[in-house]
Design a protein around this ligand. Structure first.
Ligand code: NAD
Length: 358
């Protein structure tokens, strides 16, 4: 059996730190195990274009392992050519880089390691909310520059207490964000999701559901995006929706870059319609050098908390998604049933309700 994994190259850091499992150097820690059973294991970071290792080996691979951090984009066109492909495993959470409808058409199963990094991301969301609301980045940059002018940063710094915070998507991550925000004594916690939280969960976090998206964003001081990317969420936060945000609201997106319109967000930050935008996900990864989200600033020179895609790839998370990948592979190799929560596309099509309403 040929197993193809598309991972990013970690370089010196990955040679020094073996716990960087999601790299081409450390290979999710499964090479020895796979090869001891006579399987072929190809690992590469080369993923773009017809001559890439990705496209070359996809032609006869049976198993494809990818991560959302360095996504091997498996389009419908490539799926046509992957004649031997049976199963795609996402080492992490979020399989939007696979054309899921094409996977259904070709009978290819898609699994992810559900839950493996949801705490990692929820912690990053809370950090991102705080760094925007408290105007942290410009304050730190001031210190590095050798300056000290408190008023320049205090003029745009607020408390989170007393603000209204809402999440688009209240699944594993969205719910954990609400749980972590509870002790901050926000004025209100809101959520927008076509699936209601179970009663015990909404009671625990005391979150109110708002069913209309424009109505929802118009009530929030902070909006955090925590839903998957699918047909119903691509470009969801666009110029039209941004008009309905409170002027000077903050937006945090660690879900997927393409859920927020690149130009509309940059323009909203520049104009001050958004006081800031923060997150780690980009509509193309790696993000090009000239991507406006790298450099956008609000009129007071702050409001940008962007980082590379790493919220869900802490060392703790990597240990969990590497182990989860191996366990999915073991089930596949021994014909054992998969954990239901990991199955996005099963033998009969969509098995999750999180990738849009069908
Ligand atoms: P989940 O499946 O537990 O929850 C997703 C929730 O989004 C569900 O409740 C679903 O009903 C809701 N949803 C779907 N479409 C919606 C829509 N149109 N409007 C409102 N809500 C909608 O998933 P999760 O574990 O919470 O992860 C969510 C997403 O976060 C992943 O799909 C992935 O894209 C992203 N993620 C990012 C990182 C990172 O490192 N930045 C890591 C993990 C996950």
């Amino acid at each position: 059996m040929k197993v193809l994994a598309i991972l990013y190259t970690g370089g010196e850091a990955a040679r020094q730190e073996p716990r960087l499992l999601g790299t081409t150097e450390n290979q999710l820690g499964i090479r020895e195990w796979l090869e001891s059973q006579g399987h072929e294991y190809i690992v590469s970071e080369d993923k773009e274009g017809p001559d890439s290792a990705f496209q070359k080996h996809l032609a006869d691979a049976e198993v494809l392992i990818t991560t959302p951090f360095h996504p091997g984009y498996l389009t419908a066109e490539l799926m046509e050519k992957a004649k031997n492909l049976k199963i795609c495993i996402t080492a992490g959470v979020g399989s939007d880089h696979i054309d899921l409808n094409a996977a259904v058409k070709h009978g290819v199963e898609v699994l992810e390691v559900s839950g493996s990094n949801v705490v990692s991301v929820a912690e990053h969301v809370v950090m991102s909310i705080l760094l925007l609301v408290r105007n942290f980045v410009p304050a730190h940059e001031m210190i590095e520059r050798g300056d000290w002018q408190v008023s320049d940063v205090a003029r745009n710094a607020y408390d989170l207490e007393g603000k209204v915070v809402g999440t688009i998507g209240a699944g594993r991550i969205g719910f954990r964000v609400l749980q972590r925000l509870k002790p901050f004594n926000c004025k209100e916690l809101l959520y927008f999701d076509y699936a209601a939280l179970p009663e015990h969960a909404s009671k625990e976090v005391e979150a109110r559901r708002v069913e209309d998206l424009k109505d929802f964003v118009s009530q929030c001081d902070v909006v955090t995006v925590n839903c998957p990317l699918h047909e119903g969420t691509r470009g969801l936060v666009n110029a039209e929706l941004l008009k309905h945000f409170k002027k000077g609201a903050w937006l945090v997106n660690t879900a997927r870059g393409a859920i927020c319109d690149r130009e509309a967000v940059a323009a909203a930050v520049k104009s001050g319609q958004l006081n800031g935008y923060s997150g780690d996900v980009w509509n193309v990864q790696p993000a090009p050098k000239d991507h406006p989200w790298r450099y956008m600033k609000n009129p007071l020179g702050g409001g940008n908390g962007m980082v590379p895609h790493y919220s869900g790839t802490t060392l703790d998370a990597q240990a969990r998604y590497a182990a989860g990948t191996r366990s999915i592979l073991e089930n596949y190799l021994t014909n054992k049933p998969q954990e239901p929560q990991n199955v996005i596309i099963g033998k009969k099509g969509y098995e999750t309700k999180a990738y849009g309403q069908r």
